[in-house]
Design a protein around this ligand. Structure first.
Ligand code: ADP
Ligand code: MG
Length: 682
């Protein structure tokens, strides 16, 4: 405010209306609610505006209170031209210069007197300490210093209106505007409120404009302006206003007020930029969520499920991959497996190409001619019954060379592994896995025992060290391994030089690919495959196998992610729905807030933060449920569970984002409400 303006404002009238018109255009009908009203109100006057219903009193009051704009005319409030201000600027004027009292009190329900009175100060950006102090003084001023914690429903009508007066006074306004302040009160309480207003006008030199349709009420003012059909009919000073008599004992403010000096008005500039701060908005959000807790929890459930699904999927996915890696290494390191075409990974056979196409000579050639290869083991395998005394088990029997134990990094836990000497001499020696040992011998030492594999008698020379599950759900330890020569002699009638697979160890991880390529090239030559024709064998390495597995888990994960996304979308729509309901339910609250100085963006922030808080609560709960669920699933399936903090952070961000996105539309519709329309809503 410029100094010259300030001086002019101090001298001139507080309110100066010139030719104010208000036309309502609703469709085809247009109503001229005010037809050119001119009115000057000097500082410290108590003006009553009286008139029949529909005469334009409220319309005039709304314009004076900067809740509405005139369609024509000029209006100076404390020297400022306010007829040209936009909605946010009018909100600032309301919050700094005007105090409102309404017929229906318009206190926020379920909110203490103290907090109701503090509310206008919140929108001025005043610190909570100062808010408390000023609200307390204001309530003492109206004689309610002992009712700070009471909610409106715990107060009588007269007391509620006094809380409303305290709220109007707490910002030290230039003018107090009262629209039918006694309309809802009985005659005894009417006088209580009128006496209060007269006292404020007399002792505090407060400018008051009061609308009423009762002449008895109007006669308490020092000036009566009569309105009819949107025009001023008469305007006269009252020589001797009726002195409203508060009922005996209902004037505590006279006592209280002596010690309760209200501080000087906050200069506009000193208010901390104004507006609702984040903490306050967050507290408002929490409070209204707690109030509608069942509804809020049901809404948050959608987001909870979505986030829980994301967290669980991810935790188990990480665990599954770690487990897969661990199991893969039980097969051997730097392992390459050569199989006839059609014998694909994971033991899954396709229909074509089951004919055996690999021979001992192929294995020997690989060992001899591929320099990147360290060890080679040709294997033949078959299922067979194994018998020891009374007991028998059926298991998988492999015939191979001693290189097999090297390729698969397999040592003996008991006895000594057979060697290539036994292969040459066709010795009926066998190494048995732990599972077979348990099945045939229980806990006893089997070394040197005679068993029968198929029809063939055999001596147990070693028990293989436990390896556990393979990556494909097979039990590594459910096996018998014997020299390939004995296998051919006693177990199977397969042509003598044919093998089921050739297992190869490359010299290092860096030459794995090269070894794979060399083997392919060599075998193509040996099998006389013409250029362009397909291989009749396949060379696979573990990373091929792993990626096949990963592909499958990726598909499962993707499906779960789709489910999670749908759940999040539904959750978001739920948030939007509940916020729309909330805005409708709280339209009147929004109207009150706007009337006492909230700007559109304060309302937007309040509802947006409420939506975001709701969504984030759902998200946090979802992370919790996800962790518990994956621990549970992990325990049941013996999966190791791998949590990733970045997924938790991402989940928080996603749920926050959902709150913002889906809360925006309802919050914006709340922010765009017209205060007059909102206040009229029941
Ligand atoms: P009072 O408060 O004296 O009862 P109002 O100021 O509420 O009168 O209304 C004055 C006139 O303007 C009435 O004829 C009323 O119907 C009309 N009016 C008030 N508000 C609106 C509106 N939003 N749209 C159309 N007409 C309105
Ligand atoms: Mg009215």
């Amino acid at each position: 405010m410029a100094a010259t303006e300030e001086a002019a404002a101090a001298e001139g009238p507080v309110l100066s209306l010139q030719g104010i018109e208000k036309q309502y255009d609703s469709g085809e009908v247009s109503v001229l609610a005010l037809g050119g009203v001119s009115l000057d109100v000097p500082r410290g006057q108590f003006v009553a505006i009286i008139g029949a219903s529909g005469s334009g009193k409220s319309t005039l009051m709304n314009i004076i209170g900067c809740l509405d704009r005139p369609t024509a005319g000029s209006y100076l409030l404390a020297g400022h031209d306010v007829s040209v201000l936009d909605a946010d600027q009018r909100a600032m004027v309301r919050s700094e210069l005007i105090g409102f009292i309404f017929q229906g009190f318009n206190l926020l329900p379920r909110t203490s007197a103290m907090e109701n009175v503090e509310m206008p100060l919140v929108y001025l950006g005043i610190s909570s300490e100062e808010r408390h102090e000023r609200a307390m003084r204001s309530l003492q001023l109206v004689g309610l210093g002992d009712r700070l914690a009471n909610t409106p429903s715990q107060l009588s009508g007269g007391q509620q209106q006094r809380v409303a007066i305290a709220r109007a006074l707490v910002t030290e306004p230039e003018v107090l505007l009262a629209d039918e302040p006694t309309g809802n009160l009985d005659s005894r309480t009417t006088d209580e409120v009128l006496a209060m207003l007269q006292w404020l006008n007399r002792e505090r030199a407060l400018t008051i404009v009061m609308v009423t349709h009762e002449s008895d009420v109007a006669r308490c003012a020092s000036r009566i302006v009569t309105v009819k059909d949107g025009l001023i009919l008469s305007d006269e000073l009252v020589a001797e206003p009726r002195r409203a008599q508060a009922p005996a004992g209902a004037e505590p403010w006279r006592v209280d007020a002596s010690g309760a000096e209200i501080t000087a008005r906050v200069p506009v500039e000193s208010a901390a930029g104004g507006g609702l701060n984040w903490l306050m908005a967050f507290r408002l959000a929490l409070r209204s969520l707690v109030r509608a807790r069942l509804r809020a929890s049901l809404t948050a459930l959608g987001i909870l499920i979505g986030i829980a699904a994301v967290v669980t999927t991810n935790a188990l996915g990480v665990g599954a991959q770690e487990k897969m890696q661990a199991q893969m290494t039980t097969l051997g390191v730097n392992l390459l497996v050569v199989m006839p075409a059609g014998m694909r990974t994971g033991g899954v056979r396709s229909a074509q190409g089951t004919a055996v196409s690999l021979t001992d000579e192929d294995a020997e050639a690989i060992a001899r001619e591929v320099p990147t290869v360290a060890t080679v083991a040709a294997t033949v395998a078959s299922g067979a019954q194994v018998v020891a005394g009374e007991r028998n088990v059926s298991t998988r029997v492999t015939g191979t060379t001693a290189g097999f134990f090297t390729v698969r990094s397999w040592s003996a836990s008991l006895g000594a592994l057979w060697t290539d000497e036994e292969v040459r001499s066709r010795a009926p020696a066998c190494a048995i896995g732990e599972t077979v040992r348990q099945g045939l011998f229980g806990g006893t030492d089997p070394i040197g025992s005679e068993i029968r594999v198929g029809q063939m008698p055999c001596t147990v020379v070693a028990v293989l060290a436990r390896k556990g599950q393979s990556g494909f759900g097979q039990d590594n330890d459910d096996t018998v391994v014997m020299p390939i020569s004995s296998f051919r002699a006693g177990i199977t009638r397969m042509p003598n030089n044919q093998v089921n697979s050739i297992m190869v160890t490359a010299r290092g991880p860096d030459v794995l690919r090269r070894a794979q390529d060399s083997i392919t090239l060599l075998l193509r030559q040996r099998h006389r495959i013409r250029p362009g024709a397909e291989d009749n064998f396949g060379v696979s390495n573990l990373s091929d196998l792993t990626s096949a597995f990963n592909e499958q888990t990726a598909i499962v994960s993707a499906l779960l992610m789709v489910v999670a996304s749908i759940s999040l979308l539904v959750g978001g729509i739920g948030v939007m729905n509940i916020m729309l309901v909330s805005v409708t339910e709280r339209t009147r609250e929004i109207g009150i807030r706007l009337a006492i100085g909230a700007r559109g963006r304060d309302i937007l922030a309040q509802f947006l933060i409420e939506a975001t808080t709701l969504a984030v609560i759902g998200g946090v709960a979802g992370i919790g449920v996800g962790i518990v669920a994956s621990l549970l699933v992990g325990r049941l399936t013996e999966f190791s569970v791998g949590f990733r903090p970045d997924i938790a952070a991402l989940s928080m961000a996603v749920s926050g984002g959902i709150g913002v996105i889906f809360g925006f539309f309802p919050a914006r519709s709340a922010a765009r409400l017209d205060p007059i329309v909102a206040l009229r809503r029941e």
